[in-house]
Design a protein around this ligand. Structure first.
Ligand code: TF8
Length: 344
């Protein structure tokens, strides 16, 4: 803290440097310029690690593979960019898994509330054979899914009132909060169960929707709330950690099929390396972002175990409806992978 109650406002935490790029140069198999569209801003772990992905490919091909990264949803939102991959009008994108359940329905398991209690559990699940099966299941869709990485634990923000309980979401005497959700039925169910008025909307439209009061709030990881400047239009934050959302780095199948197998292998490897770096950056950003938001005037509510339990209870109906549809067996497999990390 500086004098006069001022608190240092940094643009980013002390971030780990990207791992050194090693491995030999891949033989010349032609030159490719690849366009990659992102939803998030330049300061996000998603963007920083995508630049690292670009650096790996540039160095290992002596510049023959160039990745041009377009941040800030400027090429479209998650859903639109995946459609562009299918038609081949865009080469790469990096959506939340929640936006991709229309391609691979099993991905909806990740949308279940309070399923993955720790980041270690989430990482173990994302690195499991089961998760690889989900990536493989994109086959035939026109999309080549390369790797999971971390979007992160979602937290509620809003402009109406401090939220400490599901009752504060529902409002009781006042109207329920209108909360923007991703275009995903499980997320809709979560916020309906809490008594909110959920409004699915593309991420790129969210800032102005909140600014204009079209919605009261939204939910995203602290890092996204900070790097998207949502604190400018949201006074209250609550540390709900209600869903852990993965990202999926993906390429147009058309682009993939044009690449020499040696390039394909390199891209797959670089995707995994950059995902590891992204997960690290995301972890470094997480609590730091919450503290920065607080320093910038957002009133943050931290929840104790009993308060979290109240949210967990409120969203139980989501499991009753969705667990059978997503698959009880898949969910228990995820739970056992998660539990194994707790015993380590
Ligand atoms: C959302 C997601 C997004 C990402 C990214 C912007 O709320 O969490 O932040 O998928 O594309 O829409």
């Amino acid at each position: 803290t500086l004098g006069f109650g001022l608190t240092a406002q940094a643009q980013s935490p002390d971030l780990s440097d990207p791992p050194a790029i090693d491995g030999e140069v891949i033989a010349d198999h032609g030159s490719h310029t690849i366009r990659m569209g992102l939803g998030l801003a330049e300061s996000s772990p998603q963007y920083i690690s995508s630049q690292y992905f670009a650096d790996i490919l540039e160095q290992r091909t002596e510049g023959r593979i160039t990745i041009n990264v377009f941040p800030n949803s400027q090429l479209g939102d998650d859903v639109q960019m995946m459609e562009m991959l299918q038609t081949g009008t865009l080469d790469m994108t990096y959506p939340s898994s929640s936006a991709a359940t229309t391609y691979v329905s099993e991905l909806a398991a990740f949308d279940l509330p309070f399923l993955l209690p720790t980041r270690e559990a989430a990482i173990a699940v994302m690195q499991s054979d089961m998760a690889q099966d989900m990536l493989d299941a994109f086959e035939g869709s026109g999309i080549k899914a390369l790797t999971f990485s971390e979007n992160g634990y979602r937290q509620l923000s809003n402009s109406a009132r401090p939220v400490e309980s599901p009752d504060d979401v529902a409002g009781l005497d006042v109207r329920g909060l209108s909360v923007r959700t991703m275009e995903n039925p499980v997320h809709l169910a979560i916020w309906e169960a809490m008594g909110a008025n959920p409004t699915p909307m593309a991420f790129g439209e969210l800032f102005s929707a909140m600014e204009q009061g079209v919605v009261d709030g939204q939910e995203n990881p602290w890092s996204t709330i900070l790097t998207s400047n949502f604190h400018e239009v949201q006074d209250y934050g609550t540390e709900t950690r209600h869903v852990y959302t993965p990202f999926i780095m993906m390429m147009s199948q058309r682009t993939w099929d044009r690449l020499d197998p040696a390039y394909q292998e390199l891209i797959q490897q670089a995707a995994r390396q950059s995902a590891q770096y992204e997960i690290q950056l995301s972890a470094e950003y997480d609590d730091w972002s919450r503290d920065q938001l607080e320093a910038r005037g957002m009133q943050i509510t931290r929840l104790d175990d009993d308060q979290i339990a109240a949210f967990q209870e409120a969203v139980q109906p989501v499991y009753e409806t969705w667990a059978p549809r997503i698959g009880e067996e898949l969910i228990s497999e995820i739970q056992s992978i998660a539990e194994a990390t707790a015993n380590d």
